[in-house]
Design a protein around this ligand. Structure first.
Ligand SMILES: CC(C)=CCC/C(C)=C/CC/C(C)=C/C=C/C(C)=C/C=C/C=C(C)/C=C/C=C(C)/C=C/C=C(C)/C=C/CC(C)(C)O
Ligand SMILES: C[S@@+](CC[C@H](N)C(=O)[O-])C[C@H]1O[C@@H](n2cnc3c(N)ncnc32)[C@H](O)[C@@H]1O
Length: 373
């Protein structure tokens, strides 16, 4: 005999039948308090339905330099038309769309200032860079069902993240790492702020950032902790970029940069704290196990290991981020957005101890899982 479903599930099925009924929805629209709830649900669904279009509004705004033009200063439709080269009648429609999406405010007729979201977008180069690189992702997502079936594998993102294509050989060539390394450098500010606010690095003497890219996270940490010695490990094609970038910031005398493969090459062993920022999410479980096993082999007992990346979780931000990355990693052809428990299990399986989760102020950007070698 089939067991009857639990109460919560029966309630959900009843609720779904109600919402599916046009008569119920008509009733909701007639009752003022219910109407507000109904409209909120309708608006949520419309945000999903129009998501691509809203995102393209933002892409056009970034490409036209619209938000940058409004930093600290209002501007008229006419002056924005001459700045962007868009005729003012068309631009006005576009500016109103931006206002409806919370990017701009029409402070007086034909006078525009940034709204809250526009301010954040205009003040963070990394966000604009992410918006621009979505053009590539959206081409990969043109047939999302085919991507899910595994029928599309030759994606642009797979080319872009060159280390995903060649995991066994000598690694990508320098020209192949330029695009993603720059995007990672530019988008590190928000990430670094989030990590450095959530964890106190003041007791750390030597910080090693594994897969540290151009060194943007180390530079942010060095800025906050002037006595910190810096170590960076990344692919041989990336290491010279890191050297150049850290030298340009005057940090060379505090820094050693090492090139190699973090799944198999020895890592510097003089660090008392090691970070993996946006690293594990790029890889499937077997490769994460290889990375962590190599870290466990190389690091001294007592070293703190910090995993920092977007993780799935209970907060709305964590859930949004996990939904975003679910398709992102599918298009990239490797990796997944894990929750903190899954990361903790992988760390424990590799032999790391005292594994704990540390929430950050902005869960859509990162959660930390910290362990001890
Ligand atoms: C009284 C006053 C002055 C104001 C009152 C109003 C008020 C309280 C306003 C709030 C202001 C405020 C604090 C706003 C904060 C806004 C924040 C923190 C916004 C953050 C937004 C972050 C976004 C949209 C992040 C997007 C991130 C993306 C798309 C990341 C993509 C990452 C990728 C593709 C990474 C790739 C690497 C890989 C492959 C995963 O390894
Ligand atoms: C998504 S990026 C993150 C960069 C940086 N941690 C950040 O958050 O901006 C991943 C980094 O891992 C590096 N990487 C990928 N495979 C690697 C390998 N086998 N050995 C060493 N580094 C590797 C890449 O070159 C890249 O810099």
């Amino acid at each position: 005999m089939r067991a009857s479903p639990p109460l919560a599930l029966r309630l959900r099925l009843w609720r779904n039948r109600m919402i599916a009924s046009p008569a119920f929805r008509r009733l909701v629209a007639r009752v003022p308090l219910l109407r507000a709830i109904g409209n909120r649900k309708a608006n949520d669904l419309f945000r999903l339905t129009g998501g691509f279009i809203f995102s393209q509004v933002m892409l056009a705004g970034v490409r036209l330099g619209l938000y940058a033009a409004l930093v600290d200063t209002p501007a008229t439709t006419e002056s924005l038309a001459s700045h962007t080269g868009i005729p003012d009648t068309r631009l006005r429609i576009f500016l109103r769309a931006n206002a409806a999406l919370g990017l701009l405010v029409e402070a007086a007729p034909d006078l525009w200032v940034l709204d809250d979201a526009g301010v954040v977008l205009a003040s963070d180069r990394g966000l604009s860079a992410m918006v621009m690189h979505h053009a590539m992702l959206y081409r990969d997502l043109a047939e999302p069902d085919q991507l899910l079936r595994g029928a599309v594998t030759a994606t642009e993102l797979r080319e872009y993240w060159a280390y995903v294509r060649d995991m066994s050989g000598t690694g990508p060539k320098p020209a192949e790492v330029d695009g993603y390394s720059l995007l990672m450098r530019e988008s590190q500010a928000m990430m670094a702020d989030c990590i450095l606010a959530a964890h106190d690095f003041s007791g750390v003497r030597v910080l090693l950032d594994v897969g540290g890219g151009d060194g943007a996270f180390l530079a942010a940490a060095a800025n906050r902790y002037p006595d910190l010695a810096l170590r960076l490990f990344d692919l041989p094609a990336v290491a010279p970029r890191a050297n150049r970038h850290l030298e340009s910031l005057g940090l060379s005398d505090r820094t050693w940069v090492h090139g190699g493969d973090f799944t198999r090459d020895p890592l510097p062993d003089d660090a008392d704290c090691v970070t993996l920022v946006r690293i594990l999410c790029d890889h499937d479980d077997s490769r994460v196990a290889a990375i962590l096993a190599n870290l466990h082999r190389s690091l001294r007992s007592g070293t703190t290991l910090i995993v920092a990346e977007a993780m799935d979780g209970k907060t709305e931000g964590a859930r949004l981020s996990a939904a975003y990355f679910s398709l992102y990693f599918l298009a990239m052809g490797s990796g997944r957005c894990r929750n903190a428990q899954e990361i903790a299990s992988l760390l424990s399986a590799a032999g790391f101890k005292k594994v704990r989760t540390v929430a950050t102020a902005t869960p859509l950007i990162a959660t930390l899982v910290i362990a001890t070698r």
